[in-house]
Ligand binder design. Structure first.
Ligand SMILES: NC(=O)c1ccc[n+]([C@@H]2O[C@H](COP(=O)([O-])OP(=O)(O)OC[C@H]3O[C@@H](n4cnc5c(N)ncnc54)[C@H](O)[C@@H]3O)[C@@H](O)[C@H]2O)c1
Length: 375
């Protein structure tokens, strides 16, 4: 998919011990990149980082905090990366209610620290900053949020990601302005993806963790918000978006690339939680679920959709797997793990990546002239 874009490139991933970061490390290693990681130890037990023995793929493996700006600077100076993917975050909405300060410090100041170090070190590089679809002020409207829409966030996690977006934008305009690229050669973009599912996610309060833990221990899956609609996507979808964006940023000086990008499912592929759970139970071959919604529970957005037109038209990126294929791969991944695959999941990740790379895009893209005829 990316030809030789990442071959022999030095890539620095923050959050490489987490769910998405561990998959990104495996994919970049497959693409011939020299990958280094900076994060706290894996946030869960089990984890894909351990199950897939990701540490073996790393050139440098830093176990430090993104709030520790000196350690971060030392690591970035030592690796001197061509590309940085910043994923490290306190990534859970529910935990953010309990730990708002940690959440803002990690998600906002961690992001500021990465860009501050990049500014101080001052060498040409590409930075892809990962925030979230939750960075949008969610008005629960039926149309998808576009990159120009207002940042916001009801809960501390969402607001910390909205703040991170504002910080990225301010630092880009102040130090890495696209119009002055010839002077600084530092390219910064941000990405907002939706709810990610995939093998190897055991984060607390994430739907797939609840589903797989319950099914594997013979308990019914408790579903808090069965009717909430989310832009579910397999983990490889947003990662392919981040990689597509980084590859284009390396190859081109187009200032339009240095902006915010949504990566989400095709319209109509967003489904309610209960439908997703039923699909997993069907594909896994066992399990039941029950509705445990509680009118007194913490606020949770009911509807969240992303408009992906910008990525489709301007990056040439599109989703490749709809909910059926995503759930099919996910069920196979966990089935293998829970049937003796612990420590040997990298082959399954690589198999999924290869399958994904060979999959065609979903759906037809109508040529712009037909979609929007000249008036
Ligand atoms: N998983 C999703 O559905 C989803 C959706 C939208 C956005 N995101 C974003 O994608 C990124 C990765 O998410 P994930 O699901 O892999 O999360 P995760 O919780 O699995 O991993 C988080 C990573 O960040 C690291 N980390 C946390 N606090 C840190 C700190 N203070 N210093 C250094 N490292 C720290 C952890 O060690 C881990 O490597 C996050 O920025 C998250 O907000 C995730």
């Amino acid at each position: 998919m990316f030809a030789d874009a990442f071959r022999a490139k030095k890539v620095f991933i923050t959050g490489h011990t987490g769910f998405k970061g561990s998959w990104l490390t495996i994919w970049l290693h497959r693409l011939g990149a020299r990958v280094s990681g900076y994060a706290l130890p894996p946030p869960t037990e089990p984890s894909n980082f351990v199950a897939s023995r990701v540490e073996e793929l790393l050139e440098h493996h830093y176990l430090h905090d993104v709030r520790d700006v000196d350690a971060l600077e030392n690591a970035i100076r030592e690796v001197d990366p061509d590309v940085i993917f910043h994923l490290a975050a306190q990534a859970l909405v529910k935990l953010s209610y309990e730990k708002p300060r940690d959440t803002f410090e990690t998600n906002l100041m961690g992001t500021v620290n990465v860009l501050d170090v990049v500014h101080r070190v001052g060498r040409p590089r590409v930075c892809v900053m990962i925030t979230s679809d939750k960075s949008y002020e969610n008005k629960e409207v039926v149309w998808g949020y576009r990159e120009v829409d207002e940042m916001g966030g009801y809960d501390p996690y969402s607001a910390s990601k909205g703040c991170a977006e504002l910080a990225i934008s301010a630092m880009r305009r102040s130090y890495f302005h696209p119009d002055k690229l010839s002077q600084h050669r530092i390219k910064v973009a941000s990405t907002r993806a939706g709810n990610v599912i995939g093998g190897g996610d055991w984060a607390l309060d994430r739907i797939m963790t609840d589903v797989m833990r319950s099914i594997s221990s013979g308990r019914p899956v408790e579903v808090r918000s069965p009717d909430s609609v989310r832009p579910w996507q397999y983990v490889l979808e947003p990662l392919s978006g981040y990689l597509t964006l980084a590859a284009k940023m390396m190859a081109s000086d187009d200032p339009a690339l240095l902006s915010a990008w949504n990566f989400g499912p095709m319209v109509g592929n967003e489904i309610p939680v209960k439908e997703l759970v039923e699909m997993v139970i069907r594909d896994y071959g066992e399990g039941t679920w029950k509705d445990t919604s509680d009118p007194g529970q913490r606020h949770e957005a009911r509807l969240l959709r992303l408009a992906i037109d910008k990525a489709v038209w301007d990056l040439g990126w599109r989703p490749r797997w709809g909910p059926d294929r995503a759930v099919d791969h996910l069920a196979k991944w966990y089935r293998k793990f829970y049937h003796g695959g612990e420590g040997q999941m990298r082959a399954q990740c690589e198999h999924d990546i290869q399958d994904y790379e060979n999959s065609p895009f979903i759906g037809e893209v109508v040529p712009l002239t037909e979609a929007a005829p000249a008036r």
